[in-house]
Write a protein that binds this ligand. Structure first.
Ligand code: KG4
Ligand code: ZN
Length: 327
């Protein structure tokens, strides 16, 4: 089964063709990052105008790279929410028009489910439920218990910023570029994570919720107090901040996994690209002799927004409806 995925929820215009929910035939992303770098963040009107200009060429390229055509597509999956309304509407309208004109089924997909299904892309292995998923992106920071393909339970979430948002804001405070996550990761490689003792807010021994506002304010205070904001200071602060955020995320994921007795733990969303986060989770599994299978997207391009993950989520949505109705 060939699925065309379309993603326009924020600042990437993306289209992809995948086969049977897992195998990526093409994954085209037209990024607006250089456009939004000037403003240090996404301006919705600017993003929407760019989606309008790029959507058709991006879909054309995805079909061409997959050596297929619209006629051969079995299903169209499109991000329906959450995201910027003015951006989402470009993708959903395009999908609806193609669906109507070509008599194809259009499956609306939740963007976060898309990030979750990114872990299935190009993966040959059999997944074991239940799975505890840490979804960490620019707009979302949740712990989700996945009981089976379409059965999800929210067990923890952020009370303020999402981890990616905190990375972006701290990068701006430190005078680093946009998006902040990769810039902080790069600067942190040259810094000492133990240099600044920043607060690792766990919100008590039981909580599965997150809060990053105290950590962000602590970084801001250090910057305001410092006289020498040289590269060494920035690198050490970037490393200390990354260490604190990833420590909180990894510890809460393990806490949630043991509470719900899952078989697997997954990282999903833009921040799942962070190597220190992956390392910390692995270390906790090893030191605690914990047997959960750890998964994150097999390709870095599957971590941040892309349309292959939307196509995968669309496929599994239809697949689970068929399973339920024994079709
Ligand atoms: O999933 P995503 O592409 O978009 C949303 O759905 O929000 O995530 C983007 C977020 C940004 O905040 C970005 O700074 C963060 O993911 N990010 C990272 C890394 N790569 C992207 N954060 C930490 N380390 C990274 N390597
Ligand atoms: Zn996303």
């Amino acid at each position: 089964m060939l699925i065309l995925g379309i993603e326009t929820s924020c600042d990437e215009t993306a289209a992809a063709v995948i086969e049977d929910g897992r195998w990526v035939r093409s994954n085209v992303i037209s990024s607006q990052i250089t456009l939004h770098r000037k403003t240090g963040g996404v301006v919705p009107e600017v993003a929407a105008r760019e989606h309008i200009a790029k959507i058709i060429p991006v879909i054309d390229r995805a079909l061409k790279e997959a050596k297929t055509s619209l006629k051969k597509i079995d299903l169209i999956a499109v991000t329906e929410e959450p995201g910027l309304n003015s951006s989402l509407v470009i993708g959903t309208t395009t999908a609806a028009i193609f669906g109507l004109a070509l008599k194809k089924t259009v499956v609306p997909v939740n963007h976060i489910r898309g990030h979750i299904y990114a872990n299935w892309l190009e993966n040959k292995e059999t997944f074991q439920f239940p799975i505890m998923i840490l979804t960490v992106s620019g707009g979302h920071n949740e712990l989700i218990l996945m009981k089976d393909y379409e059965n999800f339970e929210l067990v923890g979430e952020t009370r303020d910023d999402a981890a990616g948002e905190a990375f972006d804001k701290v990068a701006r405070i430190l005078g680093l570029g946009y998006p902040g996550g990769p810039e902080i990761e790069k600067a942190a490689k040259k810094g000492d994570p133990a240099y600044f003792p920043l607060p690792k807010v766990m919100m008590g021994e039981e909580s599965l919720d997150f809060s990053f506002s105290g950590l962000k304010t602590a970084v801001l205070r250090l910057v305001q107090k410092s006289f020498k904001r040289n590269a060494k200071f920035v690198n050490n602060l970037a490393a200390s901040f990354q260490d604190a955020v990833t420590e909180i995320l990894a510890a809460k994921l393990i806490r949630a996994a043991s509470r719900y007795k899952v078989k697997e733990i997954h990282l999903a969303g833009g921040v799942s690209a962070n190597k220190i986060l992956r390392k910390k989770v692995k270390e906790k599994l090893e030191t605690g002799y914990l047997g959960y299978t750890l998964r994150y997207p097999l390709n870095f391009s599957f971590c941040t927004d892309n349309a292959a993950m939307i196509a995968a989520a669309g496929y599994f949505k239809i697949f689970s409806i068929c399973l339920r109705n024994k079709m």
